[in-house]
Design a protein around this ligand. Structure first.
Ligand code: MSP
Length: 678
């Protein structure tokens, strides 16, 4: 990570109420900023509102108010929503700010003086909603190719920025800075676009058509094209500001944007900066779209999820967690209330909350609420300390690589490791085992608390409120070193804290249509806990010639499983592979060996079996069915597992028509269509 971190969100149009799309980028910027602060860096986080242009002028007219009043009302709505989402921006810019307007004028004058702007008569198809011209060729069915809305033919004098003159320089920059545009495929998209000759950019709008904008300093009959005005916010907001080292804040480290505004940020903005001889931002990160019921959100279809409504219902921290965990930065993600509730119940209430409840309960009853520092005594203690230390490194590394969803998942894995550790060490039994038991109880609870402290501290940027409460319940304040064993348990443990109360899911009434605000359906697959497991040992079963006794690593937890693969696969075909295990299958004695789970394999159509593998995932990762919220039971019987039959569909293990996936990858297997998987 660099020493300082200046991050921006797009500035949002004030003709729309804040929605989950806006909330996502802003929460992402906030979380990244908090992580960089955690790593000891100086940070600056900019957001704001884009207030000029035709859309705003029209929205104001529609509301019967003057544009400035309209902007004041809407801009405030954004600030209120950000406050409710615990967004700690350093500056909120409005393009109607006087200082910004002056900055835009000065930069445009500079471009003009440098000879990068010229006037020309222009004609083309103008789209009011996109606020730009399209050529005849670009139109789709006579409508604008982006929003599909009507266009009108216009001929007028306008001012143009010589964008084409910077085409090669931009290509060279993108090629010599591979991390300028992220993710990679977006960079390739931009390079692809730049293979065509670049047009010059029309940067003016005649006042006769639009007067709600920044007047051009070289022609008072015109205002600036709203995108030029808007992009300049990133530099104007920090003009004159510097870090404590004395270095200027500009250029920004990261512009976070949605994929739909990539061209403006990756082509218009850098070429404008080149024209003004200003440094380019270091990175642009284009994230995907939030889809609702797999459709693009739109005001017209009315499926826009109000962040405020969901925040009120489930709490701000859970909402931030869901956004951070559910979207793999760069990819689209699907928002459903069911998936949100599932994350609250399984990740937050169960994985994160259970360990804490146990520590508090046993710490208060067994140790009088006082935890003392304790050295590791057993290999399990050492393992937990090691996993915790490794997790800190991994999480910070993944955040630096912008793999936020994975970073969050890693912190959750640590919480799961704590739960397993508690199960292995059974502190509830130690509490009843006299003096020696109490000493060991302290060691176990101390180890569990230290590991959880680190998980909470790593999740603090994501859930600042709840994680502060969680640390408080352990008698800790925020900000301790991210090192196992460095926790200062000076204060007593709290009696109890239900960090994330479980949300009861009412069964869906029969025949009710699938919808966003409806409770989750009860589904046999949802009860199944499928996990990635690395095969670390394969031995023949001593008492059954069709079985192997296989050792599995589930990410910190080792297990023995009996697998009926001996007639089909050699040990070396299994060793080192990452299979999928039914992790919550009730343990069974198979000819004297206890089997704790079952490895999945598919019929290969020739009487044999192929192991289902997930090479790209990590041991312990959970396999999910696309669009189906998981709610695994603690244990299921084989019969219950069989109620959710799995088959191969187009080379992917599927539950009905739902492909299974893990860590964003579909669970592929080589087997004929329709083969059974079990
Ligand atoms: N005003 C311009 C940005 C100017 S920045 C110099 C703008 N504003 S916007 O309000 O329409 O959109 C802002 C951002 O919200 C964009 O990054 C856009 O991608 C994002 N989103 C809008 N809907 C979205 C989703 N459904 N999902 C994720 N983000 C989406 O564009």
């Amino acid at each position: 990570m660099s020493k300082s971190f200046y991050v921006t969100t797009p500035i949002y149009y004030v003709n729309d109420a804040p929605h989950i799309g806006h909330a996502y980028t802003t929460v992402l910027a906030d979380i990244l900023t908090r992580f960089h602060k955690l790593a000891g860096q100086e940070t600056f986080f900019l957001t704001g509102t884009d207030e000029h242009g035709q859309k705003v002028q029209q929205a104001a007219q529609k509301n019967g108010v003057d544009p400035q009043t309209h902007c004041d009302t809407y801009s405030l709505r954004f600030r209120e929503v950000w406050q409710g989402l615990n967004i700690g921006y350093d500056h909120f810019i409005r393009t109607t700010d006087k200082a910004h307007i002056e900055f835009v004028k000065a930069r445009l004058m500079d471009l003009w003086n440098r000879g990068h702007v010229y006037a020309q008569d222009y004609e083309g198809w103008y789209s009011t909603s996109e606020e730009r011209f399209f050529s005849e060729k670009e139109l789709v069915d006579g409508k604008d190719p982006i929003g599909g809305r009507p266009v009108e033919f216009l001929r007028e004098k306008n001012y143009f920025f010589r964008m084409s003159a910077f085409q090669q320089k931009l290509i060279d920059h993108i090629e010599s800075h591979p991390d300028f545009i992220l993710p990679d495929f977006r960079r390739n998209e931009v390079l692809g676009f730049l293979r065509q000759p670049l047009n010059d950019l029309c940067i003016s709008r005649p006042k006769s058509r639009l007067n709600w904008g920044v007047e051009l300093p070289f022609d008072n009959e015109y205002v600036a094209y709203v995108w030029v005005d808007a992009l300049l916010n990133y530099a104007s907001a920090v003009s004159g500001r510097s870090w404590s080292t004395g270095e200027a804040l500009w250029p920004a480290d990261f512009h976070l944007i949605g994929k739909d505004i990539l061209t403006t940020h990756a082509v218009y903005w850098p070429t404008l900066l080149m024209g003004m001889d200003l440094p380019l931002p270091k990175h642009l990160l284009a994230h995907g779209w939030w889809l609702i019921d797999n459709a693009k959100m739109s005001k017209t279809t009315g499926n826009v999820v109000s962040p405020l409504a969901l925040k009120e219902k489930y709490g701000v921290d859970a909402f931030r967690y869901f956004l951070a965990r559910e979207m793999v930065v760069g990819q689209d993600a699907s928002f459903t209330e069911d998936a949100f509730v599932a994350r609250i119940n399984f990740d937050l209430a169960n994985d994160l909350g259970n360990g804490l409840s146990r520590i508090l309960k046993l710490g208060v009853t067994g140790l009088g609420g006082k935890l003392r520092k304790a050295a590791s005594e057993t290999p399990e203690d050492q393992d937990l300390a090691r996993i915790a230390g490794d997790t800190v490194t991994q999480v910070l590394q993944k955040v630096a690589e912008l793999k936020l969803s994975q970073a969050v998942e890693d912190a959750l894995q640590l919480a799961r490791a704590v739960n397993r550790y508690l199960e292995q060490n059974m502190p509830w039994k130690l509490a009843k085992a006299g003096e020696a038991g109490l000493i060991r109880l302290n060691t176990v609870l101390y180890h569990a608390a230290e590991a959880l402290r680190l998980a909470f501290a790593l999740l603090l940027p994501v859930m600042p409120g709840k994680m502060k409460d969680a640390l408080g319940a352990l008698g800790l304040s925020v900000g301790g070193p991210l090192v196992f064993g460095a926790g200062e348990y000076a204060n007593p443990l709290a009696e109890t804290l239900h960090l994330f109360p479980r949300i009861e899911i009412a069964p869906k009434p029969a025949g009710e249509a699938k919808g966003n605000a409806k409770p989750a359906p009860v589904d046999p697959f949802a009860a199944v806990d499928l996990r990635v497991a690395r095969i670390t040992e394969v031995n023949p079963h001593p008492g059954a010639d069709s079985l192997y006794v296989v050792q599995l690593d589930l990410g910190g937890e080792t297990r023995t499983v009996c697998a009926g693969l001996r007639k089909h696969l050699q040990p070396e075909q299994l060793l080192g592979q990452q299979g999928i295990v039914v992790a919550n299958l009730k343990p069974a004695q198979l000819r004297g060996v206890e089997s704790r789970g079952m490895l999945l394999a598919a019929d290969n159509g020739q009487g044999g079996l192929n192991l289902v593998t997930a090479a790209a995932a990590k041991p312990g990762d959970r396999v999910e069915a696309e669009g189906l919220p998981a709610s695994p039971k603690d244990q299921i019987t084989l019969k219950e597992f069989e109620r959710a039959p799995l088959h191969v569909r187009q080379g992917v293990v599927s539950y009905g028509d739902k492909p299974l996936q893990v860590s964003g990858h579909k669970l592929a297997v080589s087997a004929p269509e329709g083969s059974e998987v079990r």
